[in-house]
Design a protein around this ligand. Structure first.
Ligand code: TTP
Ligand code: MG
Length: 348
């Protein structure tokens, strides 16, 4: 079984923890843009949500809904990251395999005594002064949906034989991973409910979405999904591509390298990582692999990857001058990067 943990009103709870005097009041965490006059709501505690103040709302609107006792505070990512680490370290005592997916969410594997372990985790989180909701299910996307079911401080488990009931009657948009655009497109072909998606004609889905997306939609409706965790202890991220043509020409290879770097940095960003080592991988026309690497100060910059990789490439070409067929890049010694959540309020 896979478990998913999602902290409740995370940033707001963190602030309540260090400012006990605001506990019980509506609390709004803000990302300010110009001075303190404009910005957006990062999150709000449950009291503020009762007033209708929610994530991503413009501050001007939030202020209109606020009562006199409502507290507005600026985001402090460093502090929340610290608390996030404390939560993850609780999980480590219960699970060998953890995939952190954001500052307040993680998947983890629970092989035995799932319910007891989840309760213990929640208890330990409460002792930190925070609360978490946990979902336990046969795969990741169901676990994620379960963790949202009984928020806050909720615990929901779903057995294999309950999956169909759990999903049936829901709108397709309630399936984790099915966004507004996909829901709209499904509606265009007359599919609004999970039940109709489950029974939908495969060829119509393929025509509308392409083979791979159609399959993934169908699987979601059937409650099937991935159980593999990309452990956050992942050691490296790499990307390699076959060049347009085999070459010994430095400028040409550098051009291909830039494309690889663009793809690599996307992965690095998606995983919210920074790195301390850059490596070059070159496979020549005899299929021999050449590697070079270099340590650096913590970085998350594509420019830095490229500058270092180009020097490594120059060195390789100068010394061995192989005819290159495939070129790749690797970053390793990964560390967690600053959270990107503050950007999400602006829809990025
Ligand atoms: P969420 O887990 O979506 O929200 P939450 O933890 O505040 O509340 P819930 O109890 O519903 O889980 O996001 C985690 C943190 O990410 C949240 O505390 C603040 C931040 N965040 C933003 O900065 N912008 C956003 O648009 C959202 C949704 C979250
Ligand atoms: Mg949360």
């Amino acid at each position: 079984m896979i478990a998913h943990i999602d902290m409740d009103a995370f940033f707001a709870k963190c602030e309540e923890l260090r400012n006990p005097e605001i506990k019980g009041k509506p609390v709004v965490i803000c990302v300010y843009t110009r001075g303190k006059t404009s910005g957006a709501v990062s999150t709000s505690n449950y009291r503020a949500r009762e007033l209708g103040i929610e994530s991503a709302m413009p501050l001007s609107e939030a202020r209109k809904k606020a009562t006199d006792e409502t507290v507005f505070l600026p985001v402090d990512h460093d502090y929340y990251r610290q608390k996030s680490k404390e939560v993850i370290s609780i999980l480590r005592d219960f699970s060998p395999e953890i995939q952190k997916t954001s500052i307040d969410e993680a998947y983890f594997r629970l092989e035995t005594e799932q319910l007891e372990k989840a309760e213990e985790i929640q208890e330990k989180v409460r002792k930190l002064g925070l609360t978490a909701s946990i979902g336990i299910a046969p795969n990741k996307f169901l676990a994620k949906m379960c963790s949202e079911e009984d928020k806050p401080d909720g615990l929901r488990t779903l057995e294999e034989d309950e999956v169909e009931d759990f999903l049936s009657g829901r709108e397709v948009g309630e399936l984790h991973g099915v966004g507004d655009r996909t829901s709209e497109k499904l509606e265009e072909i007359g599919i609004e409910k999970v039940d109709s998606l489950r029974k939908a004609n495969a060829s119509i889905l393929v025509e509308k979405f392409g083979r791979s997306k159609a399959a993934s939609l169908k699987n979601r409706a059937l409650g099937k999904g991935s159980t593999s965790l990309e452990s956050d202890r992942q050691k490296q991220i790499s990307k390699i591509k076959t060049m347009g043509r085999n070459s010994k020409n430095l400028e040409y290879i550098k051009m291909e390298l830039e494309k690889v770097a663009d793809l690599l940095i996307e992965r690095v960003e998606r995983k919210n990582k920074a790195f301390q080592k850059v490596g070059l991988i070159a496979i020549d026309t005899d299929l021999e692999t050449h590697t070079r690497s270099r340590s650096l100060k913590t970085s998350d910059s594509v420019q830095e990857i490229l500058e270092n990789a180009e020097e490594l490439l120059e060195d390789l070409m100068e010394k061995q001058s192989p005819e290159i067929r495939r070129i790749g890049l690797r970053v390793s010694k990964l560390v967690d990067r600053e959270s990107q959540t503050s950007l999400r309020v602006f829809g990025n």
